[in-house]
Design a protein around this ligand. Structure first.
Ligand SMILES: [Ca+2]
Ligand SMILES: [Ca+2]
Ligand SMILES: [Ca+2]
Ligand SMILES: [Ca+2]
Length: 213
């Protein structure tokens, strides 16, 4: 199987590592990757390609500022295009940004670590013109989303809140008129709204009603 894998590996490395051709390199050494699994490592200085035993690129580590520390990881998992990028934007050794791609290479989600903890606490879903159509916040850092904003042309039109931290929204706000006009509440924690408050433009409560489903 190895003899089949080598040409593939070389071709993949030349593409990924910016090589200029020439003689095929020796079979790269087996190393333990950053995730603890075993890989064939093609070390090209700033680029490190981690291949599986069949010569498929699993991850490509890149040290963009040349400080000897990886700050950009492309997760290929055997595919031609990466489905995930981990990026350390400020080179402090902790990742701050995660970009998710679909198989066609389209950016579908961006995770951001606002607190620089190494874990995402804000997720952005890009829409037309690269404007986010959705922002999901983890404000208390428990890796669960507490607030989701839905946007249209850059403006928040709807907000969902998880106020009791069970991972499910329990308040739904309508901001489509430019102010909070309606808010639905799930008061008995069954997952669906049962109370509605209607607000006037100045924030005063105009009406409270129960919602029957
Ligand atoms: Ca670096
Ligand atoms: Ca960082
Ligand atoms: Ca949370
Ligand atoms: Ca909840």
């Amino acid at each position: 199987m190895r003899s089949v894998a080598i040409p593939f590996l070389v071709a993949a490395c030349l593409a990924a590592c910016g090589g200029r051709g020439g003689l095929p390199p020796e079979l790269p050494p087996i190393v333990k990757g950053p995730d603890g699994r075993e890989y064939r490592l093609l070390d090209r200085g700033k680029y490190k390609g981690f291949y599986d035993q069949w010569g498929r690129l699993q991850r490509l580590d890149y040290d963009s500022n040349g400080d000897g520390r990886t700050d950009n990881v492309a997760h290929h998992d055997g595919e031609k295009t990466p489905h995930l990028l981990d990026i350390d934007e400020d080179f402090d050794g902790r990742y701050d940004r995660w970009e998710e791609y679909d198989p066609s290479g389209r950016l579908v989600k961006v995770g951001v670590s606002r607190r620089h903890t190494g874990s995402p606490d804000l997720w952005l879903t890009p829409g037309p013109g690269d404007q986010p159509v959705k922002k999901e916040y983890d404000d208390n850092g428990d890796m669960r989303i507490d607030r989701t904003e839905h946007l249209r042309a850059g403006l928040v039109v709807r907000v969902e809140l998880d106020t009791d931290g069970d991972g499910r929204p329990d308040r739904w706000q309508n901001w489509s008129t430019g102010h909070l006009s309606e808010e639905d509440f799930d008061t008995n924690a069954d997952g669906s709204a049962d109370r509605r408050l209607v607000y006037g433009p100045t924030g005063s409560v105009l009406k409270m009603e129960s919602i029957r489903r």
